[in-house]
Design a protein around this ligand. Sequence first.
Ligand SMILES: [Zn+2]
Length: 205
Amino acid sequence: MDRSKNFARELPEGYRLIKTVDAGEKRLGILMNMGAAVLSTAVGAAGFFLKFGKNPGSSVTFGGSIWVVEGALLGLLACLIAYLVLHELTHGIVYKILTGEKLTFGLKLTCAYCGVPDIYVTRKTALLSLLAPFTVFSVAFLVPFVLLSGPLSLGFLILFALHFGGCVGDLYDTFLLLFRLKGKLLMRDTGPKQTFYVYDPTDPA
Ligand SMILES: [Zn+2]
């Protein structure tokens, strides 16, 4: 596979910086987490109403024991931690397949991240990596939510809702790439921070 078409090692002449999205920056980090909370709540409430609206009690009928409930909550927490790791790995797998370059992973107060810091990726590479976890885990959580019933279904709804909200940064970058930033474009992704460059040979700088 010819990966060289998917990225550039140096920023080519004629490109200029037009947009920075830094989730590690305090203000944007807080805004994104608020956006995530709103999205998760809305998606979770909509899913709950659609599935359990007629009989809300059916979603929480455990064996009755407090230990069962505690076990379920611990299970959910374990799933969330595993999800966080797998989400970032999914970004990384796509970056690795398309570029073969060195990746970076990490965790900040405001976000977990994966980047490919030493290169400038094309719009297509950026979109494929950004949307991979969103697509994979939406299917992975929605299918069991629809097919199962009771507390298990509710568990997958909670995972789906948190996943959906947690993708707010990925979805924002996707929105910029699809609808806002026109023309020939390269993106640098250091993990928490994405910088976007467009080709503009008329720019004197
Ligand atoms: Zn992501």
